[in-house]
Design a protein around this ligand. Structure first.
Ligand code: BEZ
Length: 132
């Protein structure tokens, strides 16, 4: 998906969880026009919930209609673990830490990375937009 595109990717600890539904996701829904005007072709939301949950969250939140692609990293949190961004190992489920990134698929480079280690707000769309 990223191969020929500039992609905004954001990952959340859980679909339908309060911080993700009330802040992180809506910030990217609201930012779609500005992201596109700044050259972002596609926004992808990732969580380790299964694909059915991600589809339902995308549909009921308005995020899918708002142009965001919802992807499941539900198969052993393979991507999340490969990125070294998993949490909750050994618990009810392996979750992704909250983060956002701008990926330039043409060069194959993660151009910008926004970690929640700094603050949750650092991963929200206004923070991303401020660096584009
Ligand atoms: C969070 O929104 O940060 C969160 C949600 C569910 C589990 C852990 C963290």
């Amino acid at each position: 998906l990223a191969k020929h595109n500039k992609v905004a990717i954001f990952a959340v600890p859980g679909a339908f969880t309060p911080g993700c539904s009330k802040s992180h996701l809506p910030s990217f829904i609201d930012a779609q026009d500005e992201l596109k005007s700044k050259g972002v072709d596609l926004t992808i939301c990732i969580a380790t919930n299964d694909a059915y949950v991600m589809e339902a969250w995308g549909r009921t939140s308005g995020g899918a209609d708002g142009g965001i692609m919802f992807l499941s990293d539900g198969k052993d949190a393979e991507l999340t673990r490969a990125l070294g961004l998993s949490m909750g190992e050994g618990g009810v489920m392996v979750r992704s830490k909250r983060y956002s990134m701008i990926v330039d698929g043409k060069s194959g480079v993660v151009e910008k990375y926004f970690s929640a280690d700094e603050s949750s707000e650092n991963t929200w769309a206004p923070s991303v937009l401020s660096k584009l």
